[in-house]
Each structure stands twice: as C-alpha cells, then as structure tokens.
Design a protein around this ligand. Structure first.
Ligand code: PEP
Length: 251
C-alpha cells in the first residue's frame, strides 16, 4: 500500500514571514492526519519555515541542491548546508531548472547520486513538453529522463526516491493532463522502473502527478491507480487551496 504524498513547491514565492505563517496554518489543520505532506520554500525561507513546522509532521524540503560537496560555486547550496539546517528532502530536476537554468539529464543524475550519497530523500521530476507529446515522443522522453537520472542508483536507494511526473505543458498553465492521460503515463513509468529494478521496487515507488493540480481536479487525479500523490505549485501557496488537495488524498 503506497501512502499518499502531497508536496507543495513554493518556487520563488512567499517571504520567510509569509512562509512561516502558511506552514503554521497547514500544521494546525493537518494534525493527526495520515498523509505525507511536504513544502519546499526558497532557501532563505527554510529556517523560518522549519521553526514554524516544529512539532508537526510536515516535511520541509529544498527546491534544488548542488551536485558538488562545497567550494567556489557562487550562488549554490550544498547538501551539507541543508543537512546542517535539518533538511533531508530535496526536489531535483524540476522543469523550470531544466529549461531556465540548463539542467540536463546528466547533470540531474549527478545531483541525484550526490544527494543520495549524503543521505537525502529526493523528489525527482520528469515530464515531456507539448511538442514532444504531440510528436509521439512521450515514452521516449520519459524513458530517457528516468534511465539517465537513475544511472548508478541502487534498488536499495530507490526507497529514497519519489518520482514526480509533470508534463511541462501543464505546469503553471491551468491546463491539466486528463486523469486517464496522467494515469497511463504513470503506469508507463512504473513499468519502466520495474524493468530496471524489479516488481517490488516498482510497486512501492511513489509517483506524484504535477501540473495545475487544484482542489477541483485533485480528487479525480488522486483516485487513479498509479497516481500516488501530487506536486503542487500555484495551489500550494495558500492554505485554502492546498488543504483541500491534501484532503482529497485521504478520501
Ligand atoms: C510545479 O511547479 O511543480 C507545478 C506543478 O506547478 P503548478 O501546480 O502551478 O502547475
């Protein structure tokens, strides 16, 4: 049985003060609920959000991390720095990192391997562009992204990997993949992971869906067999939108 995992990627939104207030509201509402919830604030907000989340079961994660241990890498943040704060979870390979900051599959693989070696848990994002989908390349793209990003990752380490299928054309656009389309992409990815790691790893793997998830579509998406959670952007920025999404995972 896969436990639902709902994550909020705040991107470059919310000040430390706003983030702390939001997480306090979420923590109060989610007390005692059997669902895994994560929020990923900007780096500068992490200390305030962690402090506000203390005593709750909300995981605070980073949106990105360096593939290097430390050194002369201006503007980067290391696993060691995150771990020192108490952060053990990180999103890697978000489509915005891929498209705006040039992260390719090989670089993402380096980040994955290094973060795993430091004991971190990873939400690894994959997903096709509209052009790739329309030209019939969905499976080819997902296969490449999964295989390259996971090169060198052991079956044991797969326990610390969550995949997030996020069709690029559905991120921040208001357009959602239909539940059928999302479920069939998830089933394809699960089959791929089975071919790489075997049935047990594939059956235990959490695959989140991301792309304009909101209160009105969360229940339908999360009700599908292969959709085990959500990675939520815009709708994770206020409790009145994020909490109903979390509730949908409990129904
Ligand atoms: C995301 O950034 O991961 C995302 C899915 O964004 P949105 O929910 O706003 O589409």
């Amino acid at each position: 049985m896969r436990k639902p995992y709902i994550a909020g990627n705040w991107k470059m939104n919310l000040t430390p003060t706003q983030g702390a207030a939001l997480v306090k509201e979420l923590a109060a509402a989610l007390q005692g609920k059997d669902v895994k919830v994560m929020v990923a604030p900007s780096f500068v907000s992490i200390p305030a959000v962690l402090q506000a989340a203390k005593g709750s079961n909300i995981i605070v994660a980073a949106q990105n991390v360096s593939d290097k241990a430390n050194g002369a890498y201006t503007g980067e943040v290391s696993c060691e720095q995150l771990l020192d704060l108490g952060i053990r979870d990180v999103i890697i390979g978000h489509s915005e990192r891929r498209s705006y900051y040039g992260e390719d599959d090989e670089w993402i693989n380096k980040k994955v391997l290094f973060a795993l070696s430091q004991g971190m848990n990873i939400v690894l994002c994959i997903g096709e562009t509209l052009q790739e989908r329309q030209s019939g390349k969905l499976e080819e793209v997902l296969s490449r992204q999964v295989k390259v990003a996971l090169t060198g990752v052991s079956a044991a380490d797969m326990k610390r990997i969550t995949l997030a299928y996020e069709p690029v054309w559905a991120i921040g656009t208001g357009v959602t993949a239909t539940a059928d389309d999302a479920d069939s992409a998830h089933a394809f990815v699960r089959g791929l992971v089975e071919s790489l790691y075997g049935k047990e790893v594939a059956e235990n793997l959490i695959i989140q869906y991301g792309g304009s998830v909101k209160p009105s579509n969360a229940k339908e998406l999360l009700g599908r067999e292969n959709i085990d959670g959500a990675l939520v952007g815009g709708a994770s920025l206020t409790a009145d939108k994020f909490l109903p999404i979390v509730e949908s995972a409990l129904e």
